[in-house]
Design a protein around this ligand. Structure first.
Ligand code: HEM
Ligand code: HEM
Length: 229
């Protein structure tokens, strides 16, 4: 394996050994939080500890940051590869500065979102963070699989990251209103399905992408008819 191939493994490896376990822990506490709340509503006895709600939120906040982080990391390798491979720094330096600035602004907006108190500020920084993720995803070099968007690792990842941003932005509202609690559950069930999709599409993409020293040969193949001379 060459260095570029090893760099390509960083994102999938962190997703597998860090992000997916967190998804499991957050989901486990989510179910317990709901079971405990329903038991209290029905005045039933329960052995579930009262801290499960707080634990869910603690892991949830970490999970949201991790999913946004892993998406930014997933985009970093193809972007850097394109910048180096196409000599972009020499030919269009503004594009490199723009991408670096977008990374900085997106991360800054997301950090501020965690501190923001009023609904207006939370809405504003959630919008800025989501826009940053989407704008970075539109840059050249990212394989979006737009003709097959419904099985695209890219589209699933962007939607999952934005759903996590929404969870952080709406955090206080989940306690306050039934409608927000229900929306939170519905949106995160979709996020869970997308995470399953991330596992499937990510491993498929790893299988399809050739090792760097194989690229010159593999990219001569006819991908439509699935033949190699
Ligand atoms: C895997 C993703 C997630 C799933 C499946 C999920 C699901 C749930 C469920 C089922 C509940 C219980 C609702 C009820 O009592 O009926 C809940 C509560 C809650 N969730 Fe999530 N959630 C996820 C991620 C997050 C994230 C990322 C955050 C915030 C950063 C978050 C914040 C909250 C809050 C504040 C509550 C209320 C806790 C309480 O009542 O004590 N969740 N969630
Ligand atoms: C929550 C989990 C994950 C999220 C949010 C996520 C997100 C992303 C995003 C946004 C990209 C950039 C767009 C693209 O090239 O498709 C990407 C790239 C990629 N992801 Fe993931 N991903 C996740 C998990 C995984 C897993 C589990 C694998 C494989 C085991 C994987 C393998 C890849 C590969 C091979 C690329 C292409 C990277 C490159 O060109 O160097 N991802 N991911």
């Amino acid at each position: 394996m060459n260095t570029t191939d090893i760099f390509r493994l960083v994102h999938p490896a962190i997703a597998v050994f860090y992000v997916f376990p967190l998804i499991g822990i957050a989901t486990y506490f989510a179910l317990q939080t709901r079971q405990r709340r329903l038991a209290a509503v029905n005045k039933e006895k329960t052995k579930i500890a009262p801290v499960v709600g707080q634990e869910h939120v603690k892991i949830g906040r970490l999970l949201a940051a991790s999913v946004v982080g892993i998406s930014l990391l997933g985009m970093a390798h193809p972007l850097i590869k394109t910048i180096i491979g196409n000599n972009v720094w020499a030919e269009a330096p503004f594009q490199v500065v723009f991408i670096a600035a977008m990374y900085g602004l997106t991360i800054a907006a997301f950090i501020v979102l965690y501190q923001a108190k009023t609904p207006a500020w939370r809405g504003a920084f959630a919008t800025l963070s989501s826009m940053g993720i989407i704008i970075l995803g539109c840059q050249p070099g990212i394989f979006r699989r737009s003709n097959e968007w419904f099985i695209s690792h890219y589209y699933y990842g962007i939607v999952a990251a934005v759903l996590m941003v929404i969870s952080v932005a709406a955090l206080p509202e989940i306690y306050k209103s039934k409608a927000w609690r229900r929306s939170h559950i519905a949106l995160n069930v979709i996020a869970l399905l997308l995470f399953v999709g991330m596992g499937v599409t990510g491993t498929r993409d790893l299988l399809e992408i050739p090792l760097s020293w194989q690229e010159p040969v593999v990219y001569q193949c006819d991908f439509a008819n699935k033949t190699c001379e």
